[in-house]
Design a protein around this ligand. Structure first.
Ligand code: NAG
Ligand code: NAG
Ligand code: ZN
Length: 511
């Protein structure tokens, strides 16, 4: 029989004493049984069992320190092979051949993939529930089930011909993080409040104080209905989206509700506001994700801890001029809608650069001219503009300046600004300081290099931030590739990410 730990009164015995007589051994066991019973009585008004357990094994009060004992940290063990197998298996639920992955919301393959996830959640001992748009929740009930749970998760839908890691790492990785925490067993001589029936083993698994919940969000990608982060936007309480979805159809004229019903959701109700979460429903939300950029890989850094998520504003602009024959209409007589568009594109660049921050970016991704013939002056032009920042005010100033430019360009060129539409203008989100600190501490304790960084792509976390403190953990991915079949993250990097996630969840679950 071997005992670890440093705080036992009963069992602070030196090695020679272990070679004790059987009789002494028996009296020791008897003493321990008595001690155990007394502890159980004392424990009733002795605060939280999980904290006491953690304190007992770590040797110092959890409240005063965010660090975990080395034993706990070094016993975090990720089953990287099984996790890779699951990533590979999930990628076979695809409408296009490997290595590409195409998994569209509420398609047959999406439904099969959802079943796969729910099955893994059940195997991990989580209680599974779904809301009427198919956000999936798997809960591990904590000691203090009445406290707001701590949540983690991501998405598994995949745009056409994309890869198998985007989102998936944050869902399968979250379930694995739960498995990692559930399989930690440490020797605990102070089994206060926990089952004394097990006293002769003195081994207890990690128990969270707050419940832990894994979330798989519905449709992060906008592929089918043109709406990104559909599930998390609804969870965050978007009234406008709940209303719009009543009349939203896909390219085949299939309504959102019919599509949801064909996948087994929204059966009876069609009041999507039942999906909304109250603010404070979660104590924190944490998402593990591949970086989708090259920085971590280039620098050889294992973990990125996201401090802010940039958010885009998307604009649609139309100019209308007079057109005419490219030879016959002389220059002073022209009202060229194409040149108005060209001028506006340059104005977008200027306003973005004028913000003075590298975090402000702007892109004219679409510029179309009508009628689009070499010998015809463009009579109409159409631009779609994306501008992003982590500072909402600064980004909105850029949007306002683009608008002013569009108005004045139209005036000087004698064209009509027939449309200036802000398609969306989501606010950026800042990560919660406590979550950043917990993830940093976890990386350090795991001896993993880490850096603080900004997420320039947006994620379900951007919307979860509206109802919960939020944080994100990034892992490197090959050349920063994403949304294509070459997307790849190594087993080692994924395992590192899962460990940091598990340890950060463990820390936050006790707060
Ligand atoms: C789409 O479906 C609706 C309702 O079924 C129908 O009224 C409408 O005509 C359809 N539109 C197209 C473009 O097929
Ligand atoms: C981290 O490194 C320290 C010092 O080298 C070592 O004592 C500790 O066990 C390591 N922790 C882990 C989790 O590898
Ligand atoms: Zn994603």
């Amino acid at each position: 029989m071997k005992y670890y730990g440093n705080k036992s009164i009963l069992l602070s015995i030196s090695k020679p004493q272990l070679n004790m007589s059987l009789r002494f051994y028996h009296s020791l066991l008897l003493l321990q049984l008595i001690f155990c019973s007394i502890s159980a009585i004392l424990s009733q008004d002795n605060g939280d069992p999980a904290i006491r357990t953690m304190e007992a094994f770590s040797g110092y009060p959890i409240h005063e320190s965010n660090s975990f004992a080395t034993d706990f940290v070094s016993s975090l063990s990720v089953d990287a092979l099984t996790l890779q197998k699951q990533i590979d298996e999930l990628s076979t639920f695809s409408d296009t051949p490997a290595p590409s992955v195409t998994r569209i919301l509420y398609s047959e393959k999406d439904v099969l993939a959802r079943r796969y996830i729910k099955n893994l959640m059940t195997l991990a001992g989580l209680s599974v529930r779904e809301d009427i748009v198919g956000n999936i929740f798997g809960r591990w009930t904590g000691h203090e089930a009445e406290l707001a749970p701590l949540a983690t998760g991501s998405h598994i839908d995949a745009i056409p011909y994309s890869g198998k890691y985007d989102g998936v790492v944050g869902v399968l990785g979250a379930i694995e993080a739960i498995n990692v925490l559930k399989s930690i067993w440490y020797i605990d001589q102070f089994s206060f409040g926990l089952s004394c029936a097990d006293w002769n083993f003195n081994r207890y698994g990690f128990k969270p104080k707050r419940s832990l919940e894994v979330i798989m969000f519905t449709s992060e990608e906008p592929t089918r209905f043109g709406i990104s982060c559909l599930g998390s936007r609804l969870l965050a309480g978007s009234e406008a989206l709940a209303k719009d979805l009543m009349s939203t159809v896909d390219s085949q004229n299939i309504s959102f509700l019919d599509a949801a019903r064909s996948a087994g959701y929204a059966k009876e109700q069609d009041d999507l506001s039942s999906v909304f979460l109250k603010k404070g429903s979660y104590s924190a939300f944490l998402e593990l994700h591949i970086e989708q950029g090259p920085i971590l890989e280039e620098e050889g850094t294992s973990i990125g801890i996201v401090t802010a998520i940039a958010a885009p504003a998307s604009l649609k602009v139309d100019f209308e001029g007079n057109g005419g024959h490219a030879g016959a209409v002389l220059m002073p007589k022209r009202n060229d809608a194409g040149l108005a568009a060209a001028e506006l594109a340059l104005a977008v660049e200027k306003h973005v650069l004028d913000s003075g921050s590298v975090d402000t970016v702007g892109t004219v991704g679409i510029l179309e001219l009508h009628p689009g013939a070499i010998n015809s002056i463009p009579s109409k032009s159409h631009l779609e503009i994306d501008t992003r920042d982590i500072d909402e005010k600064r980004r909105n100033i850029v949007v306002e300046k683009i608008h002013q430019s569009a108005v004045s360009i139209a005036k000087t060129r004698g064209v009509v600004l027939s449309e200036f539409k802000i398609i969306n203008q989501d606010p950026p989100a800042l990560s919660e300081k406590l979550i950043i600190e917990a993830a940093e501490a976890a990386s350090k304790e795991l001896n993993l290099t880490h850096k603080l960084m900004i997420s320039r792509a947006y994620h379900d976390s951007l919307f979860m931030a509206r109802v919960s403190p939020m944080g994100m953990i990034f892992i490197p991915c090959y050349k920063g590739y994403s949304h294509k079949p070459e997307e790849y993250a190594s087993g080692q990097d994924i395992a590192n990410g899962v460990k940091v996630l598990a340890l950060t969840l463990a820390k936050l679950s006790l707060q």
